[in-house]
Each structure stands twice: as structure tokens, then as C-alpha cells.
Write a protein that binds this ligand. Structure first.
Ligand SMILES: Cc1ncc(C[n+]2csc(CCOP(=O)(O)OP(=O)(O)O)c2C)c(N)n1
Length: 359
């Protein structure tokens, strides 16, 4: 059995020992950029500039950044609708992300996807999916594609604790193990789904990841507030994917500060405000890492403030960019739905694509 291991000193593990001081500051900066982006988008939402859903990642930053930071050029990512942190982590710009939230044509999905549909295939980032668990067979498919082409790589497929009971997820686990796929399923267990706690939705004895045993798959569990710990555990799963072409199911304990989406008015009813404050006080991933870097004498308060300030300015500029940008043309509504409709010369399927008919 794998135990939770918060007491171990992950800073000195192999994958973390090799980090230079600049790289460590870079990791902190990446987490702070997510936090400031999310805060700025919340402000834009309250002012009515963003409509629909807005699922914020505040509190979970060390999971996305820790995982992405150990990925190589053939490692791919796919996630659910809480996708802003991963998007910024893979290198998408705040401008294209903020503009997408505003529904503007300059957004990464041309303003037609919104908060849940950030994509950057050129950065190995396959979205952003609104159907709970819907990304899990796709993650297996990406891993299958890598294996089929003989590429040594992996697909990190993130999901929430609310997605673990979806049938598609279990089918994916089965195929991933049966076909030896280099996929890593990362459960970001933030304790809650949509107003439902994990204990009310899943039978939980030691952890959720243990379910992998039913599929003869390796599993692991760790805390998500310490970026060193996340890096260490994800690296092991990547090594397994690259070296043995075997899947892993890893559960990372984390926490979200905001509601399910920002329109979740009940966020303080299904959990006590003290619980949120206690996590912020003791386990906030940015503060935890900042304290470690202070201890390691890598950063000082002035530098920390500068990083934070510059991330706020970047987020403000992104909001200005989004405000200035145009909305998509109504005439573009049927574009970007099917590849073959937009690229008829490359069409290989036969039959009718119904909405492409003349109206
Ligand atoms: C198939 C499906 N069922 C229900 C929903 C509605 N829904 C959206 S998010 C959500 C909760 C998912 O929670 P979790 O997977 O824990 O992710 P978190 O929000 O905690 O990141 C639900 C039930 C949906 N989008 N798709």
C-alpha cells in the first residue's frame, strides 16, 4: 500500500535536486501567474464581462505546474473543464486565455469555447472538456496514438474526484491496462464535485486511486500542496510510461478555494468557511513553496513581491486586450466544428455532414 507522504523531504529527491535556483523561481512564478490570472478573471466575471461558467483553479496550482514541469517534448496533456491552470502552465498566453473567457475572436478557441475549452495542440495541450470524464477515453486514445507511432511519450489525463464513477473512465482504465498504454490518469482530488463532497459520492476506504488494482494497474497517491512532492510522483509515473509503456492512476490531494464555478452561491454551505481558511493558512501551494525557497535562501520578499506584481500587471493587460478585441462574426458560427467541413479537400469520410447542407 502507498501511504501519504507529506513528511518526506521531497526537495532532495532526484527530480528536484537537479533544479537550479532560477528554475525553482520559475516554478513559483508559474503558480503565481495562474493565481493572478484567476483573480483577474473573477473580477471580470463580477463586472459582467464574462458570462456562463467560470471554474477557477485557485488552490490547485502546484498540481498543474508540478506535473507540467516534469514533462518532455512527447508528453501530452488533457483535462476537464477546470483548465486554466494547465493552459497557462503549458505556455498559452494570458491574452488568448482571457480573450476566450470574454468570448472574443482573439481567444484560443476563437471565442466559441469559453472557460471550459482552452486548447493548444501545438503545445501538446488537448483541452479543456465539459463532459465529466469525457476526456478520459480521449487520454487513452492519445496514448494509443503515441504507442502506435512508436513514439516514447505519455499522456497525462487529469480528472476530478467527481469523475471517478463515470463508466467511460472505467472503460478507459481497462483498455489502458489491457493495451499497455503510456497514459497517466491524475485525479485532482479537491474534495468536492458540484456541491457534493467526495465522501457522499464515492465509497472511499484508503483512496480512490486504489481502484486501479481492479485493472492490474499501478497506482499512487500524494499531496498536491507541495510542488516538490507532485514533481517526484509524476516523474515516477512518466518513467513507467516511457520505460515500460504502462499506465498509472495517481490521486493527488488538493483543494479549491472558490465554488464549483464562480456562480456556485452555496460554496460556504456545503463546507465550512473555516475549512477553506485552514487550508489557505497551512497548505496554500504558493505560500508553501515560497517558504521553502526562503529556507533554501533562493528568494527574498522583494523578489516575491516583484513576481506577484508583474503577474498582476500581465493579467490586467490581458483583460484590457480581451475588452478591446472583437466578438466572432455571426457568420463564423458553423466554422471550426468539424475538420472535414472546414477542409473539404482533406476529407476522407463518406456520407452527409448534416449541417453543411444548404439551408
Ligand atoms: C457527464 C456529466 N454529468 C454531469 C455534469 C455536470 N457537472 C459538471 S462538473 C460536475 C462535478 C465534477 O466534479 P469533479 O470531477 O470533482 O471536478 P472539480 O469540479 O472538483 O474540478 C458535474 C456533476 C457534466 N458536466 N457531465
Amino acid at each position: 500500500m502507498v501511504k501519504k507522504t507529506a513528511d518526506l523531504e521531497y526537495g532532495s529527491s532526484r527530480v528536484n535536486q537537479s533544479l537550479s535556483p532560477e528554475q525553482k523561481i520559475g516554478l513559483l512564478r508559474d503558480m503565481i501567474r495562474i493565481r493572478r490570472f484567476e483573480e483577474r478573471s473573477l473580477k471580470a466575471y463580477s463586472r459582467g464581462n464574462i458570462a456562463g461558467f467560470l471554474h477557477l483553479y485557485n488552490g490547485q496550482e502546484a498540481v498543474a505546474i508540478g506535473a507540467i514541469s516534469v514533462c518532455g517534448e512527447n508528453d501530452h496533456l488533457i483535462t476537464a473543464y477546470r483548465d486554466h491552470g494547465h493552459a497557462l502552465g503549458v505556455g498559452m498566453s494570458m491574452n488568448e486565455c482571457m480573450a476566450e473567457l470574454y468570448g472574443k475572436a482573439t481567444g484560443c478557441s476563437k471565442g466559441k469555447g469559453g472557460s471550459m475549452h482552452f486548447f493548444a495542440p501545438d503545445k501538446n495541450y488537448w483541452g479543456g472538456h465539459g463532459i465529466v470524464g469525457g476526456q478520459t477515453p480521449l487520454g487513452a486514445g492519445i496514448a494509443f496514438g503515441l504507442k502506435y507511432r512508436g513514439i516514447t511519450g505519455s499522456c497525462l489525463c487529469f480528472l476530478g474526484d467527481g469523475a471517478v464513477n463515470q463508466g467511460a473512465f472505467h472503460e478507459s482504465l481497462n483498455l489502458a491496462s489491457l493495451w499497455d498504454l503510456p497514459v497517466i490518469y491524475v485525479i485532482e482530488n479537491n474534495g468536492y464535485s458540484m456541491g457534493t463532497s467526495q465522501s457522499r459520492s464515492s465509497r472511499y476506504t484508503e483512496c480512490l486511486a486504489k481502484r486501479a488494482e481492479g485493472y492490474d494497474m499501478a497506482w499512487d497517491q500524494c499531496f498536491g500542496h507541495d510542488i516538490y512532492e507532485v514533481r517526484d510522483h509524476i516523474q515516477k509515473a512518466i518513467d513507467r510510461a516511457h520505460g515500460e509503456s504502462r499506465p498509472t492512476l495517481i490521486e493527488i490531494d488538493t483543494y479549491r478555494y472558490e465554488g464549483h464555478s464562480v456562480a456556485d452561491a452555496n460554496k460556504k454551505i456545503y463546507r465550512a468557511p473555516e475549512e477553506i481558511e485552514a487550508y489557505k493558512k497551512t497548505k496554500d501551494p504558493i505560500n508553501v513553496f515560497y517558504s521553502k525557497l526562503i529556507e533554501e535562501e533562493i528568494i527574498n520578499e522583494k523578489q516575491f513581491k516583484e513576481i506577484s506584481q508583474s503577474a498582476s500587471e500581465e493579467a490586467n493587460k490581458a483583460a484590457e486586450f480581451a475588452e478591446r478585441s472583437p466578438y466572432p462574426e455571426p457568420s463564423s458560427i458553423l466554422e471550426d466544428v468539424y475538420w472535414e467541413t472546414d477542409n473539404p479537400e482533406q476529407r476522407s469520410s463518406k456520407g452527409r455532414i448534416f449541417f453543411n447542407d444548404e439551408f
